[in-house]
Design a protein around this ligand. Structure first.
Ligand SMILES: Nc1ncnc2c1ncn2[C@@H]1O[C@H](COP(=O)(O)OP(=O)(O)O)[C@@H](O)[C@H]1O
Ligand SMILES: [Mg+2]
Length: 411
């Protein structure tokens, strides 16, 4: 049913176990039983995707173990925490009520993404003012309001602009700084995967996101490619998109959660803002253009993707300012790609023997230490001379004009 990799499923298993643990400690054995049941379901899904036979076997044992715990919690109120021995694996599978809601929750839990933990503000080049603004307004949303006053920070914002300019990175950095649970939703994926139950899944998404805020940590729902929800593809598709969109908008409006302090924040992102209608746009307090990096920002981005990644640079020949000057109109993603190509060419040049060592034996390649040398300006020359930026001048104009137009129509 899902296209998640085994890693996401392994994490989901761990999450369910942690939940079971908390519930056990709170004496909520029936709830804990459900968590174990879910852990078993995730583990079962993982088995199908795991290649390694040893791990497959271990996971099979874990499935049996969690089912046993769940069953004994349900029947005796006590967990049987002994490990199941292979010979005692129950031949008869326990049949559990595969409630719809359980399945839905599983799908939602798989959206939780831990990558933000690795993204810091200084991994993002340029955008200095915007970073400060984001910190300020999300800070307001998190801080205590003075008695009798209702200070509102940013709850819902929409990033728009050319692809590859750092929209996802910014959402990750915010989530990281706020220690938020990050639900990473790609609109184009959910509309195709959640056909038919889309509206219900969205409310489950927000319900779980709210649940995760019980410990005071916010939840961020990042909806990438938001425009995919606003386009109609055939009559039937149209209906589902509309259901999903309507569900998201009513969640953003907060009807479902009126009165309570809302720690669930929605960040939308799109490369095609003109596909969004005013009903959608008016729900987002701010629409923020993330445009191409300017020269200073590009210099910053080169540094992040070279020295920031531990690569040595020969400063006598290579200057970030010069590279930035020569790479006009490149996005952050293109700069990152350029750095990667130059690096891999240097690695190929310095380590011509690797293919032969691989042929020789595992041991010889494992004992080989990779050689590197500092990068010089000439390493970049062939690429710099042959740039064709992804973003055209007319694209840029479109974003600017749209920004002006929308400001006039929504105030
Ligand atoms: N401002 C930036 N600073 C550093 N790297 C960037 C920047 N913008 C883009 N990148 C690089 O490009 C990749 C894609 O960026 P992303 O945030 O996903 O773009 P978007 O969401 O706007 O399409 C990032 O993983 C990063 O390697
Ligand atoms: Mg992105």
């Amino acid at each position: 049913m899902n296209k998640q990799g085994p890693d996401a499923l392994r994490k989901a298993v761990e999450r369910m176990l942690a939940e079971a643990n908390t519930r056990m400690q709170a004496g909520k054995t029936v709830d804990a039983a459900r968590s174990y049941k879910k852990a078993a379901q995730f583990a079962e899904q993982a088995i199908e995707l795991i290649d390694d036979s040893e791990e497959k076997r271990a996971m099979t044992l874990r499935v049996a173990e969690y089912k046993q715990r769940s069953r004994s919690l349900e029947t005796t109120g006590r967990a049987d925490l002994d490990r199941v021995k292979p010979s005692e694996m129950p031949a008869d599978e326990i049949v559990y009520s595969d409630e719809d809601s359980d399945l839905q929750e599983q799908q939602i839990l798989l959206l939780i993404d831990d990558t933000p933990r690795k993204i810091e503000w200084n991994n993002i080049g340029g955008l200095a003012e915007l970073k400060e603004e984001l910190k300020f307004h999300y800070g307001l949303a998190m801080a205590k309001s003075p008695e009798g006053m209702d200070v509102e920070g940013w709850q819902n914002i929409m990033f728009y602009g050319p692809p590859g300019t750092g929209k996802t990175l910014l959402a990750c950095a915010i989530a990281n700084k706020l220690n938020a649970t990050f639900f990473n939703v790609k609109a184009s994926q959910i509309v195709s995967k959640w056909v038919g139950e889309s509206g219900k899944l969205i409310s489950t998404l927000y319900r779980l996101a709210r649940k995760f805020t019980n410990d005071g940590r916010p939840s961020i729902i990042f909806i990438d490619e938001f425009d995919a929800l606003c386009k109609s593809r055939g009559m039937e598709g149209h209906l589902y998109h509309q259901q999903m969109l309507a569900a998201i908008l009513s969640e953003i409006d907060g009807f479902a959660n009126k009165g309570k302090r809302n720690l669930v924040m929605t960040i939308g992102a799109t490369n095609r803002p003109w596909d969004l209608d005013t009903a959608v746009l008016s729900r987002f307090e701010r629409r923020i253009l993330i445009s191409l990096p300017d020269e200073a920002a590009r210099a910053d981005i080169f540094r992040i993707h070279l020295e920031g990644r531990g690569l040595a640079v020969d400063h006598r020949s290579l200057s970030y300012e010069k590279l930035a000057r020569l790479s006009e109109r490149l996005t952050g993603r293109e700069v990152a790609r350029l750095c990667k190509e130059v690096t891999s060419r240097m690695l190929a040049e310095m380590n011509p023997d690797i293919p032969k060592l691989v042929d020789d034996s595992l041991r010889s390649i494992q004992s080989y230490e990779i050689k590197v040398r500092p990068l010089r300006h000439v390493d970049f020359t062939p690429y710099i001379n042959d740039l064709s930026p992804d973003t055209s001048l007319s694209d840029l104009k479109n974003y600017d004009e749209w920004g002006v137009k929308v400001k006039e129509s929504i105030s």
